[in-house]
Design a protein around this ligand. Structure first.
Ligand code: 5GP
Length: 121
């Protein structure tokens, strides 16, 4: 018998289950979206899979439908927020060098103002 170590839940799992009440902008059977608690732009939304995937390194082929849904929901929310035509940025951070803080993958949708240069290294 193999002892598979389950990834540790983060605060995002509690938000998905609404154990921590956070207004949801979107939720379906695959993904959930809500505003970032510490917005880095006028519009800063997080779109996350309901399934706990800790990092982009942990993605498997079976996750492709869910990951595609992150983009269709980003598209829908950008239109609803009125930022689609001016444009916006989608960001996913991975591990230490990527600056990841919450180990439940999430797409940042940021916009509402010019985003400037892509990287400030
Ligand atoms: P990362 O650096 O992992 O890519 O981004 C994590 C993001 O999650 C940060 O932008 C942070 O502000 C946001 N965040 C962390 N905890 C919470 C929370 O409890 N609620 C919400 N809405 N956002 C959170």
């Amino acid at each position: 018998m193999t002892n598979k170590i389950e990834p540790e839940e983060t605060i995002f799992s509690k938000i998905i289950r609404q154990e921590i009440p956070t207004p949801l902008l979107y939720q379906d059977e695959l993904v959930t979206a809500f505003r970032d608690i510490s917005p880095q732009a006028k519009c800063h939304i997080l779109i996350i899979p309901n399934k706990l995937i800790p990092t982009v390194n942990d993605i498997v082929e079976q996750d492709e439908l869910t990951l595609g849904r992150l983009f269709t929901v980003a598209n829908k929310l950008a239109k609803e927020e009125g930022i689609a035509d001016d444009g916006y940025r989608l960001i996913m951070n991975c591990n230490n060098h990527g600056g990841q803080e919450v180990y439940h993958i999430h797409m940042h949708l940021v916009g509402g103002q010019p985003m400037g240069k892509m990287l400030n290294i």
